[in-house]
Design a protein around this ligand. Sequence first.
Ligand SMILES: Nc1ncnc2c1ncn2[C@@H]1O[C@H](COP(=O)(O)OP(=O)(O)O)[C@@H](O)[C@H]1O
Ligand SMILES: [Mg+2]
Length: 230
Amino acid sequence: MSERDRMVWLHDAAKAYGEGPRRVQVLQGLDLEVRKGELVAVVGPSGVGKSTLLHIIGLLDRPDSGTLELDGTDVSCLDLEARAKLRNTLIGFVFQYHYLLDELDARDNVALPLRIAGRTGHAARGRAEELLTRVGLADRASHFPDQLSGGELQRVAVARALAMEPPLLLADEPTGNLDRENSEMLFSLVRELHLMEGLTSIIVTHDEEMAGRCDRAFRLAPAGERSGDV
Ligand SMILES: Nc1ncnc2c1ncn2[C@@H]1O[C@H](COP(=O)(O)OP(=O)(O)O)[C@@H](O)[C@H]1O
Ligand SMILES: [Mg+2]
């Protein structure tokens, strides 16, 4: 894959947690390349390091060793401020839990990253309403998190993740707390946004059917075993 076509290039990554007898080697010698525009599922047993991997790619954590390039930028030599800036412009993150702020309505939750980035309240709210429309929640803009269902909360979280128009969407078991029907709806929404917005997306999922609807599935194996496409 040429550098121009590549959004993510993780090479020979290692990550351990803990010290002494409690030390756990989570990732070791891990390689993962993701092409621009690809929708990749990450699968693997619980505790194998899927969240760790996504946090590293999302600049929320650092590998102990190895190389990470995002859209052609080697991130290992960036300082904290440069990493934060790159994260804000490049990456949208959706977690299993929505992490919306209880005291803000859906519109202001989605507008928050835009406000932090310096947009005026008016511009940020306008864009937030546009995003809520795109996730099918135009009529829920003034609802607070405790007035929304689990599926709706995750759709607001997706809208917030896309507020800054990041080219890279990372989702860590985004349907993990949802029932079958809402899981299906959320995954279809993410897939549709992925295609419409020309995103590169990496989704951690336990659901084989969802993984099968991605461009490919990457199976993360325990450190020391071979990870790769399934
Ligand atoms: N902050 C941490 N401190 C210590 N151990 C951790 C930490 N985060 C994760 N781990 C351990 O690393 C392993 C991988 O965790 P995780 O990436 O959350 O796996 P997965 O998402 O595949 O379930 C687990 O054994 C977990 O207990
Ligand atoms: Mg996890």
